[in-house]
Write a protein that binds this ligand. Structure first.
Ligand SMILES: [Mg+2]
Ligand SMILES: [Zn+2]
Length: 178
């Protein structure tokens, strides 16, 4: 089977958005059905790329290693259930740093493509914020808005018209694989 790729935002999509930073493992709680959704993607030959803005690093609330450790923590839970995450791209920058990786910029996707020698154009990108959807479109991915996290606010305010909309990652994935 040829590999398919999917890009997922983390906070508000995979884990419950605390509307604050996730600075320790205990802060990371899977959204309802998101772990099963990840496993279902994996079982259906999707390779999963996570693209996450974590300006808490450059705000010095946590180190880059601390963020890696939290990501290892939840990815371990995915592995224990037989799934995997291919790559996690983290932007540590604050808005004012004008980097090329903080979504809606596309640097996290470009970097993943270079490191893994893959092409993410045409892949689904699931996010809860306008910045995710704009990043998806800029890079040629298919934008999916979920209503978890900031998603219900994004849905009520503004989102690109080409976005597909689902209640959560689980319902998005059920649609994608069927
Ligand atoms: Mg988010
Ligand atoms: Zn950045």
């Amino acid at each position: 089977m040829p590999k398919k790729y999917i890009v997922l935002d983390r906070d508000g999509v995979i884990n419950v958005d605390l509307f604050d930073y996730v600075l320790k493992n205990e802060d990371f709680k899977f959204e309802n059905g998101s772990l099963e959704a990840i496993l279902k993607l994996y079982e259906n030959n999707f390779e999963i790329i996570v693209a996450t803005n974590q300006k808490c690093i450059n705000l010095h609330l946590i180190s880059a290693e601390g963020i890696d450790q939290i990501n290892n923590f939840w990815i371990q839970k995915v592995k224990e259930k037989g799934g995997d995450i291919l790559h996690v791209g983290v932007c540590p920058h604050r808005d004012e740093e004008n980097c090329n990786c903080r979504k809606p910029e596309t640097g996290l996707l470009v970097d993943a493509e270079k490191k893994l020698n893959i092409n993410l154009k045409g892949s689904y990108f699931v996010g809860d914020k306008l910045s995710d959807l704009e990043c998806a479109i800029s890079h040629g991915c298919k934008p999916i808005l979920v209503k978890t996290g900031y998603g219900s606010r994004t849905y009520k305010s503004r989102y690109p018209k080409e976005s597909m909309i689902f209640e959560n990652l689980k319902s998005a994935v059920d649609w994608i694989v069927n």
